[in-house]
Ligand binder design. Structure first.
Ligand SMILES: Nc1ncnc2c1ncn2[C@@H]1O[C@H](COP(=O)(O)OP(=O)(O)O)[C@@H](O)[C@H]1O
Ligand SMILES: [Mg+2]
Length: 354
């Protein structure tokens, strides 16, 4: 292959093929033999925490299908950068995916599958006592494994091992920051800024909100609130919540559950409300989000098999029971990723990403 490249361990990193130009650590395409990987460059020791944080899970030696897997890394050598090698997600971030496949993305089943997988990944992280601290659409990646869509939580650059103690470090992306982080100027904050894994829950709630708004950029639209001043419209949701609390205003609800919403939208909206409560201890846990979503997914499958079974009762009589039994049994193996990629929809994306 042509172009600028660098050989690191067994990996050839193509410096002309940048796939992520975010903040301080660019991401490039790399190959080890025929296999494709993503290589993240940590330029120097002034951002040493980026490497340490990314390696938190790697060092725990635990993996999960819905969390990006770091395969290898190299530390700094004299005058060189440090690198992390991870599995390559061929469809890029949720942000890219939503932008490139708006019609596919607007399907509720696809969204349910994505949201379910994000929750499974977050549940795993929180069980390991890891706080991600920067959950947002551009840090959720999508790929395909055995013909199924697989979602992965990525970018652990600012993640943290929960210690039970408070910390005042300001991290994350302003639009997704929970109310307990505001105001940002530490000198203005007389209260000890305490947080726990519930900051991820707040951010994941806003990520789901971005998904139902069909936007998925790292920005969420504020709900329409009576009496909101023009100057407040550009505020981050967490900031606005914090200000309303200080002013003694009624707590802000980021969505309203409408009468004519379908089951899926209603459930997601309820989950979003439970994720974005102003008091961290009142927010739902990742485990509960996962449980609620699983029950909706199971209901849908059961419904499908009932319809299918009833149709067969009319036609074949005896076969119906078997179909129902198989249908019921298959519920026990749920959830598994159920969304296959429509190849035609993704062809366009392949051109852009590969
Ligand atoms: N493993 C990967 N596979 C495919 N694309 C990736 C991968 N890792 C990162 N990217 C792309 O690079 C972008 C930035 O990567 P990220 O790890 O979030 O770094 P940053 O710290 O710069 O935000 C992502 O939003 C995604 O588009
Ligand atoms: Mg990122």
């Amino acid at each position: 292959m042509e172009g600028r490249w660098v050989q690191l361990k067994d990996y050839t990193v193509y410096l002309d093929r940048k796939i992520g130009a975010g903040g301080q650590a660019p991401v490039y395409v790399a190959y080890k033999g025929k296999n494709k990987y993503a290589a993240k460059c940590i330029p120097n020791k002034t951002v040493k925490h980026l490497l340490d944080n990314e390696l938190l899970i790697f060092r725990k030696n635990k993996t999960h299908k819905n969390v990006i897997r770091i395969i290898d890394f190299c530390e700094w050598e004299e005058g060189k950068s440090a690198w992390i090698f991870m599995e390559y997600c061929k469809y890029g971030s949720l942000k890219d995916f939503c932008r490139n496949n708006p019609r596919y993305f607007s399907n509720n089943r696809v969204k349910l599958d994505i949201i379910l997988q994000i929750s499974a990944g977050l549940k795993f992280l929180h069980e390991l006592n890891l706080i991600h601290r920067d959950i947002k659409p551009s840090n959720i990646l999508l790929t395909e494994e055995d013909g199924q869509m697989v979602v992965k939580i990525a970018d652990f650059g600012v993640s943290k091992q929960a210690s039970g103690t408070s910390t005042r470090t300001i991290v994350g992306t302003i639009q997704f920051l929970a109310p307990e982080f505001w105001p940002l100027n530490e000198n203005l904050d007389p209260v000890q800024r305490k947080y726990n894994e519930k900051i991820d829950i707040f951010a994941v709630g806003l990520t789901f909100l971005a998904m139902i708004q069909n936007s998925c950029v790292d920005q969420v639209l504020l709900p329409k609130i009576k009496g909101l001043k023009k100057s407040q419209e550009s505020l981050a949701i967490g900031q606005l919540m914090y200000m309303r609390k200080v002013d003694g205003d009624t707590p802000l609800s980021v969505v309203s559950v409408e009468h004519d919403d379908d089951d899926f939208t209603n459930l997601i909206k309820t989950i979003i409300i439970e994720c974005t409560r102003i008091e961290p201890q009142e927010r739902i846990s990742a485990e509960h989000i996962y449980q609620k979503l699983t029950s909706l997914a199971v209901q849908q499958v059961t419904f499908f098999y009932h319809i299918f079974g009833v149709l067969h009762i009319g036609i074949y009589y005896f076969k119906a029971d078997w179909i129902l039994v198989v249908g019921m049994l298959s519920n026990f193996s749920f959830p598994k990723s159920s969304t296959s990629f429509p190849k035609a929809a993704l062809r366009k994306l392949d051109v852009q990403r590969m």
